[in-house]
Design a protein around this ligand. Structure first.
Ligand SMILES: NC(=O)C1=CN([C@@H]2O[C@H](COP(=O)(O)OP(=O)(O)OC[C@H]3O[C@@H](n4cnc5c(N)ncnc54)[C@H](OP(=O)(O)O)[C@@H]3O)[C@@H](O)[C@H]2O)C=CC1
Ligand SMILES: O=C(O)C1=N[C@H](C(=O)O)C[C@H](O)C1
Length: 242
């Protein structure tokens, strides 16, 4: 594949390395500063050269691009401002194949599927979610946690998230879904979904042990996406034959 990178920070440097090891070509980058990039800047290449664009960037970089004319199939990984990003991507998907996932690890898709099942069976349990990431992450809670929370809100009637208990001076309510974000060191990314009732706790955990799993996930998604008809894809439908 000929790949255009959107963002050239920690993640897309890894994507570029893995892509080249697999024989793909990076034809250009759209980046904030990107001064140290060994690839041509987007405005110096013919955009039609790229088969697919892979984004790991920031909403401030991505959103204006999506409002513009984009003609390349898109694999989008940026988190934060999910509603704005997804709404623009759905418009784009009328004329392009578009894949979006707040977590490119297929394992997190499995966790979300397990969570849906658990929610149908663990109605009496209190629900809390905790995510942990490195100290360079700029958004909180993580995009993955927002996705897991959305799943829980869809399944638990009248439930609502509680992000901060510091000003709450009463007992936890059943409908609460407590959300906690931890930032420190080089933690790659861990998500815990905790179901608790008297005398019993069930936890579903996903622990990313390298950033390569996200870059590999994006590359695998791109490989499939380039042969898909126009439309909006995530891990629920990317691998389905139409
Ligand atoms: N879906 C998934 O599986 C994963 C998603 N992510 C998400 O990908 C994104 C990027 O992660 P990561 O590579 O670690 O982040 P970095 O901070 O290392 O890189 C961010 C990139 O976006 C650019 N950027 C940042 N802020 C701005 C801005 N205000 N205006 C223009 N450009 C900007 C940076 O440009 P500059 O060079 O100037 O700094 C850089 O190119 C994050 O949203 C993260 O949450 C990360 C891992 C996995
Ligand atoms: O910024 C990161 O590093 C990550 N971001 C994604 C998120 O916000 O969920 C995915 C992964 O957890 C790593």
């Amino acid at each position: 594949m000929k790949i255009l990178l959107i963002g050239y920070g920690t993640m897309n440097k890894i994507t570029a390395r893995l892509a080249e090891e697999e024989g793909h070509e990076i034809v250009g980058i759209i980046a904030g500063s990107g001064k140290d990039a060994p690839y041509p800047a987007f405005d110096t290449i013919d955009a039609a050269e790229a088969d697919v664009a892979i984004d790991f960037s920031h909403p401030d970089l991505l959103l204006p691009l999506l409002e513009d004319e984009v003609k390349t199939p898109l694999v989008i990984a940026t988190t934060g401002q999910k509603e704005e990003i997804v709404s623009l991507l759905k418009e784009k998907s009328e004329s392009l194949p578009v894949f979006f996932s707040a977590n490119m690890s297929y394992g997190v898709h499995v966790v979300n599927t397990l969570l849906k099942k658990a929610l149908t069976m663990l109605d009496e349990f209190d629900l809390e979610m905790v995510e942990r990431h490195h100290n360079k992450k700029v958004d909180a809670p993580s995009g993955t946690l927002v996705k897991l929370l959305d799943t829980a809100l869809d399944h638990r009637e009248n439930s609502y998230p509680v992000y901060d208990r510091s000003n709450i001076h009463e007992k936890r309510k059943k409908e609460e879904i407590g959300i906690s974000a931890i930032r420190g060191g080089s933690i790659v990314g861990t998500h815990d979904v905790i179901f608790a009732k008297d005398d019993e706790v069930i936890e579903i955990t996903h622990q990313a042990q390298s950033k390569e799993i996200f870059a590999n996930g994006a590359l695998k998604a791109a490989n499939v996406l380039v042969n898909r008809p126009n439309g909006f894809y995530d891990y629920n439908n990317l691998f389905e034959e139409r």
